[in-house]
Write a protein that binds this ligand. Structure first.
Ligand SMILES: C[S@@+](CC[C@H](N)C(=O)[O-])C[C@H]1O[C@@H](n2cnc3c(N)ncnc32)[C@H](O)[C@@H]1O
Length: 328
């Protein structure tokens, strides 16, 4: 089978579908598993846009690629702290194809807010038809399937989980040429997603954080995370030990993401390192000041520790990037 089919069977039809733990107890960390600060910063950004009229008071908040539901819950907690009066009119939506995850997300909201805050689920964006949405995601695109190319060849996977290379089809080679990719991963699933997103509302602001660079690096980045250890996919000798039961991911080429969005009528508003976005756009310092003024010493130390992980180049600050698009 093509590598993209193998990737989907591993990642989307198995690993994530069953509601994995992300964070200390899981295979890897994300911005969300660091703590509430990331979601609180997203809430701060939403409020800034609302205040300067860039989004309207009827704009719905939509999370895509959610897993536990904690990022949206942190967002809600942030709104509750910063501007509680808008909460009762705020519509919160999660796009979630997996039933187990929908249940997990409802449990997170019940545990964190009792019955006070409601979320609405849609299985896919194709079911949505809204006026205006503020769509947020963290590490969504690195779970989208990809092909792998090396020169004129593309990667295939046999039934016994062994890899082999074969001459790539013309469409894939044309895509590789367009982005000047000679070696590495190429996602073929952005266009369908972006079209659905464009049709989900008349006005769409979409934000995403993910691992990668703008330009292609022309190297293989596919890697497997298990119990916080990381392995290059091609150095694993017995793939059966990891297949479907650990995380498989790769670094994005954001140029491809940008192209897919622009072809569907979006404008790219921002692309920058995560630490720059958190400081210059999402106001992480404002949240930290608020905790310093109103919280205990321990609360501030906790928030500062989270900020260090989110912002430091040696942790998540620079390898992760922020990208923002608008369709109006
Ligand atoms: C790497 S996990 C990130 C989870 C969470 N956002 C975090 O940062 O901890 C990727 C998630 O995206 C979901 N996903 C992948 N493709 C999706 C799609 N087309 N629509 C909605 N969710 C999707 C997967 O099921 C998985 O829950």
């Amino acid at each position: 089978m093509k590598f993209s089919e193998f990737f989907d069977i591993w990642v989307n039809e198995n690993y994530y579908k069953f509601g994995v733990d992300i964070g200390k107890k899981g295979d890897f960390y994300t911005n969300v598993s660091v703590g509430y600060l990331f979601g609180a910063c997203l809430a701060n950004y939403f409020l800034k846009l609302l205040k300067n009229g860039e989004i309207s008071s009827s704009c719905k908040v939509v999370e895509i690629g959610t897993n536990s539901g904690d990022m949206l819950a942190d967002f809600v907690q942030g709104i509750f702290t910063l501007e509680p009066e808008i909460l009762s009119n705020l519509e919160l939506i999660i796009i979630e194809p997996h039933e187990i995850l929908r249940k997990k997300q409802l449990e997170t909201f019940a545990k964190r807010f009792g019955g006070e805050v409601k979320i609405k689920h849609y299985e896919n964006l194709g079911e949505c038809s809204f006026d205006e949405i503020f769509a947020i995601s963290n590490e969504l695109f690195d779970a989208f399937s990809c092909e792998v190319i090396d020169g004129q060849n593309m990667l295939f996977v046999d039934d016994d989980l062994k890899f082999h290379w074969q001459k790539a089809d013309q469409n894939l080679l044309a895509l590789a040429k367009k982005f000047d990719i000679k070696k590495g991963e190429i996602s073929t699933s952005y266009a369908k997603f972006v079209l659905q997103l464009a049709n989900a509302a008349k006005k769409v602001r979409f934000l995403s954080f993910d691992y990668g660079e703008f330009e292609p690096k022309n190297e293989f980045s596919l890697r497997v995370f298990k119990d916080h250890q990381v392995f290059s996919l091609f150095e694993i000798s017995n793939l059966a030990l990891y297949f479907k039961s650990s995380d498989l991911t790769y670094s994005l080429c954001f140029k491809q993401v940008k192209e897919a969005f622009c072809e569907a009528g979006f404008e790219m508003l921002k692309f920058k390192k995560q630490n720059e976005a958190l400081v210059c756009d999402l106001g992480v310092d404002e949240i930290l000041s608020l905790v310093l003024e109103n919280g205990s010493k321990q609360a501030y130390e906790n928030a500062a520790k989270q900020a260090k992980i989110l912002l430091s180049p040696e942790f998540l600050g620079e390898k992760f990037k922020f990208i923002e698009f608008l369709k109006s």
